[in-house]
Design a protein around this ligand. Sequence first.
Ligand code: SF4
Length: 682
Amino acid sequence: MPQLRIAKNAGFCFGVRRAMASVERLLDEGVRPVYTLGPLMHNPDAVKALEARGCVSQEDISQIPPGATVVLRSHGVRLEDEQALSLRGVRVVDATCPFVKRIQAMAEAASGEGRRVIVAGDREHPEVRGVLSRTRGLGEAVSTPEEAALLPPFERPLVVSQTTFRPSRFQEICQALRSRDPEIVNTICLTTEDRQREAVEIARESDAMIVVGGRNSANTRELFRLCEAKCPRTYHIERARELDDIIFQPKDHIGITAGASTPDGIFEEVVTRMSDIEKQEQVTETQDTSTDFASAIDETLVQIRPGQTITGTVVQITDDEVCVNVGYKSDGLVKKSDLSSTDVKIGDEIEVEVVKVNDGEGNVLLSQRNIVNRKSWDAIVAASESGEFVKGVGKEAVKGGLIADVMGIRAFIPASLLSLRYVEKIDEFVGQEMDLKIIETDKAKKRVVASRKAVLQAEEAEKKKAIWETLHEGDIVHGIVRRLTSFGAFVDIGGVDGLVHVTDLSWARVGHPSEVVSVNQPIDVKILKLDPERDRISLSYKATLPKPWDVAGEKYIPGTIVTGKVVRIIDYGAFVELEPGLDGMVHISQCALTRIAKVEDAVKVGDIIRVKILSVDTEAKRISLSIRQALEDEAFESVNTPQDAADEFAIDEQPAEAEAPEAPEAAEPAEAPEAAEAPAEE
Ligand code: SF4
């Protein structure tokens, strides 16, 4: 029963697939026609299919109208063609394979230093012509070791190869040039190597071998040649229908491979047809063994493994990726999205992490971001452990908080930890740089939680500490009233709040702080007590004001008449407030012009009255007042004669002393209101 063995490394290579994608994208966008400088690939059917969609292969640049769109093939083009296209004013989409671009760049750089460039390959191949065109006339192409041996004795030439060149031939050529101390760079594309190696292995073990691809494709012809050397019954076909002309034996083991420019569709068609012919669908996938290709040059190449961090040199930059030479047999590709910074240029040395040694298309996949992320994670975890603050930038408002970028890592800040106060509009933090404290990390879940509030709290605590250090008990400091409560007023004294208790607001009795101060009022206060443990500062406003009793002796002269307010009535008299904190007493005998039974017959609490100062004793804090004498004096003054005064006031002759108990002007201290007495601390 025949068995099919299908090569894994068959069909479009990375470069051709990429060029094809460029053309198809333009066609999808409605660009018509899309020109290519010559066929995009060496497969007539695939080229025809593209032509049907509006792709035109044109070798002659003068036939391409200005303004048209031209895609450069994966092989690349000559420098002069590039310049001619530019002069013609066409839009160029460069789909040159990054591996080819790299060879062009190396050739350009070496010839710029005046060195010879030797390209091992077919001098008529577009890729080789493109490379030679960039050598300032210092390039040579050789396809055999004999040709190489005939070259003049160049000093330290650069030796590169066509990407699809046969590896064994390249080694022979290098050997032939060894005496010239060449700089040898193996630029054979790994895709080609892999394809050829696998095809040879399959061919060796097969009774018949089928190579699918265009007959004008150099790499398909080379593939055919290699397979034929191992399996005499090797057939080169372009389409599945050609299988009808081949006779297979029932017990044949049949291998199938395809050149780099063979579309997947054609290859699949061949495989399907083979299955139909043999009525057998037993397909064995090949194993990727790599034993028969170990050249001396390869042995000098570095070994790489996924996860390894290596340093490489940027050799090519395209719109989507950066090609990096890491010393491996094939270059690595870093997608732009995997770069930590797009600020890279050719020649830069960058650290990269190997993501995959082979992405399935022969490319080494690299990432720069992985390294940065790893370093960032380490830094974030360290900051989390040490409590050190990190910088972050608000990126996006999400449900329940804000996402911030911290060293390239997304960190979540819950809304409650964004500020010291409630945040209404989280959006306002987007784009804002802020200091953050890392409060939770979970690398496995890629979770970082941060707090801005913790930073603000720490800053506030620092500020407070600094302020506290400047404060001393007994100091008079300036402040602003911030808040009033029933028990006092909170005053901001330069960043910290202290409390003025209601009893410390005034020398007088105060019902509510609003009777003395108002919010935002600037006032001077005295620091009574500092309690850092409890974070409390006791202040006094009244201590900054003069004590009423200290000046009472000068202010209230016996014999003068002043205005006061009745604030309290007792059996034998009334207390009259002359000013906040300073009360005097009117004995019942001095409350009216006539004799009264009780004080309320003359005055009531709240009355504003005129009183005469009888005596002032600042030591005992007593002021004796008289309503009666004030009335008499004022009446006397108004009538202006003593007789008028006598007529006006029929004064009861009964002496006050006889009616009232011995009631000196001074109200007894025990009865006097607290407000009239000096506070205990005085
Ligand atoms: S064979 Fe290699 S170098 Fe050539 S186009 Fe394909 S991927 Fe690029």
